[in-house]
Design a protein around this ligand. Structure first.
Ligand code: AMP
Length: 389
């Protein structure tokens, strides 16, 4: 999710630029001015309350703004990200926006201030007034709007300067040149975003082999907690010996062991474009841990994939593997395999159910040749990349 606010005096070109940006980045557009004009046209209670204020070129109250913004955001829970135009316009509204973003478990990436000299604003608005039919596009009211901007809206910039997510651009240029400046900023923001994929599926569904190949194809870091534990065993560390004991008892390795290893791995991959998680989260507790870890990196899960394979096929694949040199310590006999499948059913399926409530979980049929499943998974990951944009 990417959230951007366009800032600038009336006539800076926020509306014009927005129409390009919402298309290119698939953002949901929220213009408080448009929303108010809609309320006005429909003669709602809010619209009638705001009418005389808008006509005088004054700012409507923060109470009215919070109501229309909250309603619009609530009505669009699937939005890929928001583009705000004309909001926040007061210091209070900057705080309101912070609160709204927290509620959505996201944040404002940046506020882009389009700078235009006052005379240019006036002449553009007078020109627009010839065709816009807007009551407030006349010289007297334009001057009032600019005065309100100067007094109440400009101080908002300090809020974002202090936060460090403010960027200014020169708006006194050709439309296309202004668009390029904005695109450059948004592309930079996007490149900071991590693409995080979680692959679910019962043991034996192919999560590991597919996950590793996908990570190579998309330049993501493959994180398999199982693999990390195996490495400890191979290195015959003290931790490794403890893990062997746990495996022999057919139990899940406790979070006190898994989480520090995971944190270390993420810390060491600080140049990765994102992560593919396999075998984590395995329990509801671990799902909260993962959310917390990603949040700390200002990130979140972008794509969840569930690879589905029938139980008979799973047992057949796992017992075949147990007869090869790839045999895992936790898959040495059928009893252990069945226990692992049951464990998955009891502990991990509830995690997937939790995610299904808040994410679009992609279901991929894993009963096909490797390459076919790989293509299916690639298509889902590419969808996830699109949503990131
Ligand atoms: P705009 O279309 O953004 O130029 O907004 C037109 C008018 O709507 C403004 O002059 C204000 O009266 C009102 N308005 C729009 N957005 C806000 C806001 N965030 N806070 C207060 N008033 C607003």
């Amino acid at each position: 999710m990417i959230n951007i606010a366009l800032f600038g005096p009336p006539g800076a070109g926020k509306g014009t630029q927005s129409s390009f940006l919402i298309e290119k980045y698939d953002l949901f557009y929220i213009s408080t001015g448009d929303l108010l004009r809609k309320e006005l046209a429909e003669e709602t209670k809010l619209g009638l309350e705001a009418k005389s204020i808008i006509a005088a070129g004054k700012l409507v109250s923060d109470e009215i703004i919070v109501q229309i913004i909250e309603k619009t955001i609530k009505e669009n829970p699937q939005a890929n990200g928001f583009l705000f135009d004309g909001f926040p316009r007061t210091y209070i509204q900057a705080y309101i926006l912070e609160g709204l973003m927290i509620k959505l478990n996201t944040s404002l990436n940046c506020l882009i201030s389009i700078e235009v000299p006052e005379d240019e604003s006036v002449s553009r608005l007078l020109n627009r007034g010839l065709t816009s039919g807007r009551l407030d596009d006349n010289e007297l009211i334009i001057r009032n709007r600019l005065k309100e901007y100067e007094e109440k809206t400009l101080p908002v910039l300090n809020f974002y300067k202090e936060k460090g997510n403010y960027v200014s651009i020169d708006g006194n240029k050709e439309i296309t040149e202004v668009t390029s400046q904005i695109e450059e900023i948004i592309n930079k923001e996007l490149s900071k975003k991590l693409m995080n994929v979680v692959i679910f599926g019962y043991p034996g569904c192919g999560r590991g082999s597919q996950g590793m190949e996908l990570s190579k194809k998309y330049g993501l870091e493959y994180i398999s907690t199982g693999r990390m534990l195996e490495e400890e065993i191979e290195l015959d560390t003290e931790l490794g010996r403890k893990i062997t004991q746990i495996y022999e008892n057919g139990e899940l390795v406790p979070d006190e062991i898994v989480v520090p290893l995971l944190l270390q791995k993420i810390k060491n991959s600080n140049t990765a474009k994102g992560f593919i998680f396999k075998g984590f989260p395995r329990t509801l507790v671990q799902s909260y841990i993962l959310d917390g870890i990603l949040k700390k990196h200002n990130s979140s899960i972008c794509k969840i994939i569930d690879i589905q394979v029938s139980t008979l096929e799973l047992i057949s694949r796992l017992s075949n593997r147990s007869k090869t040199t790839h045999c895992k310590p936790y898959d040495t006999d059928t009893e252990k395999i069945v226990r692992r499948l049951k464990d998955h059913e009891q502990k991990t399926i509830p995690v997937l159910d939790k995610y299904k409530e808040i994410h679009d979980v992609a279901i991929v049929n894993g009963e096909a040749p490797f390459d076919v499943v790989f293509e299916r998974l690639s298509a889902e990951i590419e969808n996830g990349f699109k949503n990131l944009r």
